[in-house]
Write a protein that binds this ligand. Structure first.
Ligand SMILES: N[C@@H](CCC[C@H](N)C(=O)O)C(=O)O
Length: 277
């Protein structure tokens, strides 16, 4: 069968987006890995799937698969592309769209200037929310990685994040420490590893080694997690501009039980069809 898809990106974090509201298909893990391959497939960091909602209060169900085929709870850059996609495809005319994800509900708003603002919900820091093997919720945890003792913050935005403060993201050992943090036994469901450089209370630079996809040009939930940890640790103040290798995001969070919002672009690259074997 031929599957219609759209290639999109949010700050260079790229996606294959598939409408399973008007098409029928079943994508297996091995097939997702083949499609994600940048030489033998279409190439993407994540596959985003649009489905009808199971909850009648929601507009759509939003499913996310990493390049390694694993299904995950949330994807911030993907959420912005999702909002743009369902409107471009005329699956909805709403400006405010409610979606169910494996990590909880999200509200997406397409602004008049084309930027998309996402209510990412309330960040959670309790170890069991990630999950992370630690006795209690702390601002910083010590993690032994490859013979080094690292100080990390942890946060869940539906999906799990570890945030490490570095002096300079350009020289941060992302390729060496990223995979070791991702697969650390204290994170039983693995983790996304963020490397954050604080530029000022309202500005950070960030690189993220993503669970299941490797280092990407931008990670939306990673940006939210870094800002949430930074605000909690007294290093940052809302709003915060996050400079990622692929561009900038604006994150706002009033702390505690307030909802965190992320605003940024979503870009359609091309439409295509692929034969599913
Ligand atoms: N690129 C994403 C996050 C995608 C999922 C992540 N790799 C995970 O496994 O949790 C974003 O923009 O948030």
């Amino acid at each position: 069968m031929l599957l219609h898809f759209t290639k999109m990106h949010g700050l260079g974090n790229d996606f294959m987006v598939v409408d399973l509201v008007t098409q029928r298909a079943r994508l297996e893990e091995a097939q997702i890995r083949r499609l994600a391959d940048r030489r033998f497939g279409i190439g993407f960091d994540q596959l985003l799937v649009v489905e009808p909602p199971r909850d009648p209060d929601m507009d759509f169900r939003y499913r996310i698969f990493n390049a390694d085929g694993s299904e995950v709870e949330n994807c911030g850059n993907g959420a912005r592309c999702f909002a743009r996609f369902v409107r471009d495809q005329r699956l909805t005319h709403k400006h405010e769209i409610r979606v169910e994800t494996a990590g909880g509900p999200l509200t997406l708003r397409v602004e008049d200037d084309g930027q998309v603002r996402v209510d990412m919900g309330v960040p959670r820091f309790a170890p069991e929310a990630l999950p992370f093997d630690a006795a209690e919720d702390r601002l910083r945890h010590t993690l032994e990685v490859a013979g080094e003792r690292l100080e990390i913050g942890v946060a869940s935005l539906g999906n799990p994040h570890a945030v490490l403060r570095v002096e300079d993201v350009d020289t941060a050992p992302v390729a060496r420490l990223g995979p070791a943090i991702e697969a650390h036994p204290r994170f039983p469901r693995r983790v996304n590893a963020g490397f954050m450089q604080v530029v000022s209370p309202h500005e950070i630079r960030l690189r993220v080694y993503e669970r299941g996809s490797g280092e990407t040009l931008a990670c939306g939930t990673g940006a939210c997690a870094a800002v949430a940890c930074g605000i909690r640790q007294g290093l940052l103040e809302s709003p915060v501009t996050v400079h990622l290798p692929g561009g900038d995001l604006r994150i706002e969070w009033a702390g505690d039980d307030a909802h965190l919002t992320m605003t940024g672009p979503a870009v359609r690259v091309f439409d295509g069809r692929v034969a599913l074997g």
